[in-house]
Design a protein around this ligand. Structure first.
Ligand code: NI
Length: 184
């Protein structure tokens, strides 16, 4: 089932998401719906709060990036109860967008490496350092689990410049090709 994407202004995007247990109701179905939704929207990552649930579930599918990053051609992974443990020292800047902020993209500075702990779909624990473009995507999705979106961490000047666009999203003046849920 394709789920509507909750847009900027929806309170669920500002909540700190909770860890879940193995017996979370209909978890397999929910994750499968998330993949179907991500596929439909053409995005590369989706966090559960973006489809209305404040729980720590993130899916990442990087096959769209295969042209620029052949190593990601088959990359598709679910992160449950994901937490960032620490960051590397080096940083870089790259353009980001978000399904919850249609029509907005901005350069975001982030650490190049990140140390995460998470569980896979079988609830097996993983502890790993991640780098490359994946590290950026993981940080973007992890922000959603902490109640943040990428426009929170851009420069004050850039923030000022996109203020009108954000206001339009709050008002529900949204043009995009997928189903959305906005405030009101
Ligand atoms: Ni996002």
């Amino acid at each position: 089932m394709i789920l509507p994407i909750y847009v900027y202004g929806q309170p669920v995007l500002r909540k700190v998401a909770d860890d879940i247990t193995k017996d979370y109701p209909n978890l397999k179905e929910f994750i499968s719906d998330m993949y179907e939704t991500l596929e439909k929207t053409g995005g590369i990552g989706l966090a559960a709060p973006q489809v209305g649930k404040a729980i720590r579930v993130v899916i990442i599918d990087l096959h769209e990036l295969a042209e620029d990053y052949p190593e990601y051609a088959d990359f598709r992974k679910t992160y449950i109860n994901s937490h960032i443990i620490e960051y590397g020292d080096e940083k870089d800047s790259s353009e980001e967008g978000c399904l919850s902020l249609p029509g907005i993209s901005e350069k975001v500075v982030r650490p190049k490496q990140v140390h995460i702990r998470y569980m896979d779909e079988d609830f097996l624990e993983h502890d790993e350092w991640v780098d490359g473009y994946l590290a950026r995507v993981i940080q973007h999705e992890s922000d959603h689990l902490e109640g943040r979106v990428f426009t929170d961490i851009i420069s004050p000047l850039r923030k000022q410049l996109i203020k009108k666009k954000l206001t339009q999203l709050l008002k529900g003046n949204i043009t995009c090709r997928y189903k959305v849920k906005f405030k009101k």
